[in-house]
Design a protein around this ligand. Structure first.
Ligand SMILES: [Zn+2]
Length: 428
């Protein structure tokens, strides 16, 4: 038995007025995912346990079979792992976004407002390239890096700060993708339980660093060039998602199966590293609409020659959801169906052993909200033996509610797949 898990990040949505009240999954023709639904089993998966924020970290851990209630230590530590940065016990990792700040109307002047008066224009610094970002993060590290704080460049707008002595571990930070268009100072870090004096001072240190980064970045040659090209400058940094080193059980030890992960995103690669899965790099994997879909599908097929499981993660639907652009998100879902699900379905059927395919989002990223929600997500679980099909005619948020698997706690899905390996014909 082989196993393919396809994650359409943020793919689930709400009814969209411009689409006649349909969701993205309902509005886009997805013949391949629909085939899986018709010939497989469907249901709703709870990926975000109660009391957790609906972050991609929590939700994807669930999809990989790791209960966040047991294994979660924060988002950035997982990304650090994938960047090859290991954390000592008293070291804290922070996600450090390169963002764009500017005026309330979304314009970004050459001499815009200080961070304390500015608004969040874009959480991604205009989806800045990794190459440009590296220069900017190095400039920030040169000025703000000390014995206590060290910056590491990552992918696109997603970078890393490692801090000694758990400094600021319990403060509350806000993900910048949740506050697009909002006044930055309303979301500066603060103490979790009241603002005791010590917490306030620590929080101030982080706000000050973010504010100082504006002066390092706004006139940096990389940003001057971006502005000249009509692109958004990545003119500030923003901290969030802090945590200590993760402590995962190895996937192989838990399930007696080997596996690999294919993703453009450090967080997903980090989950892979923490789980002891092979992390496969695909050239041209960008985490956006221009990603190398064919390269990712090919890599998945190659991985299955030696591995039992392959996780294929597609980031674009989530990014389009955060942009609030339903047309782009429709494109992302169309691409996922045609360029990932179709070839992998064909491959699964061509194998001379049975193969299961699980397709699901990690969480919804509704375009109307531009952020994640906690709602259960639709999933389809297909087995090439095609027994016990639900005959649900399409795959979307509504149709799966009549599926035979009902509502499932997502961390149990991997075990569910493995358990059904030898007993596909249980008819109850
Ligand atoms: Zn997201």
């Amino acid at each position: 038995m082989k196993y393919i898990v396809i994650i359409g990040d943020g793919m689930a949505d709400l009814p969209i007025p411009e689409l006649g009240g349909k969701t993205i999954l309902q509005a886009v023709e997805t013949p391949n995912m629909d085939y899986l639904a018709k010939h497989g089993r469907t249901g709703l998966a709870v990926t975000v346990p109660e009391g957790f924020p609906p972050g991609s970290d929590v939700a994807n851990m669930s999809v990989f079979g790791y209960d966040p209630a047991v294994y979660y230590t924060g988002r950035s530590p997982l990304e650090a792992l994938s960047m090859g940065v290991s954390l000592h016990s008293n070291e804290l990792a922070f996600r450090t976004n390169l963002i764009t700040i500017g005026n309330a109307d979304g314009t970004v002047g050459a001499d815009g407002p200080e961070l304390s008066d500015a608004y969040i224009v874009d959480y991604s610094g205009g989806h800045i390239s990794s190459k440009e970002a590296k220069e900017l993060i190095e400039a920030v590290d040169k000025e703000l890096g000390t014995g206590k704080f060290k910056f590491y460049p990552g992918i696109s707008y997603r970078h890393l700060l490692v801090v000694q002595d758990n400094y600021g571990k319990d403060l509350a930070f806000t993900p910048p993708h949740d506050i697009t268009g909002k006044k930055a100072s309303d979301y500066f870090p603060k103490g979790n339980e009241g603002n005791n004096e010590n917490d306030s001072k620590t929080a101030q240190t982080y706000s000050d660093m973010m504010a100082a980064s504006y002066h390092i970045l706004k006139d940096h040659p990389v940003n001057k060039k971006r502005i000249a090209e009509g692109k958004l400058p990545a003119n500030c940094i923003w901290f969030w998602g802090q945590g200590n080193a993760p402590k995962f059980e190895l996937f192989e030890k838990l399930h007696h199966k080997t596996g690999a992960v294919i993703s453009a995103v450090d967080l997903l690669k980090g989950i892979g590293v923490a789980a002891g899965l092979d992390v496969i790099e695909v050239e041209g994997a960008t985490g956006f609409l221009d990603t190398n879909y064919k390269g990712k599908a090919d890599a998945a097929m190659e991985a299955l020659k030696t591995k039992d499981f392959v996780f294929v993660h597609i980031e674009a639907p989530d990014e389009c959801g955060h942009l609030g652009n339903y047309k782009l998100k429709m494109q992302a879902v169309d691409d996922l169906d045609l360029k990932i699900v179709a070839p992998l379905l064909e491959y699964a059927k061509s194998l001379d052993e049975p193969c299961q395919i699980l397709v699901m989002p990690d969480h919804p990223t509704p375009v109307a909200l531009k952020t994640h929600t906690c709602d259960p997500v639709p999933f389809v679980l297909y087995d090439t033996r095609e027994e016990n099909a639900d005959n649900v005619s399409v795959y979307d948020e509504e149709s799966v509610k009549s599926g035979s698997l009902g509502t499932v706690y997502a961390p149990k899905l991997i075990s569910l797949m493995i358990e059904s390996e030898n007993e596909p014909s249980e008819n109850e």
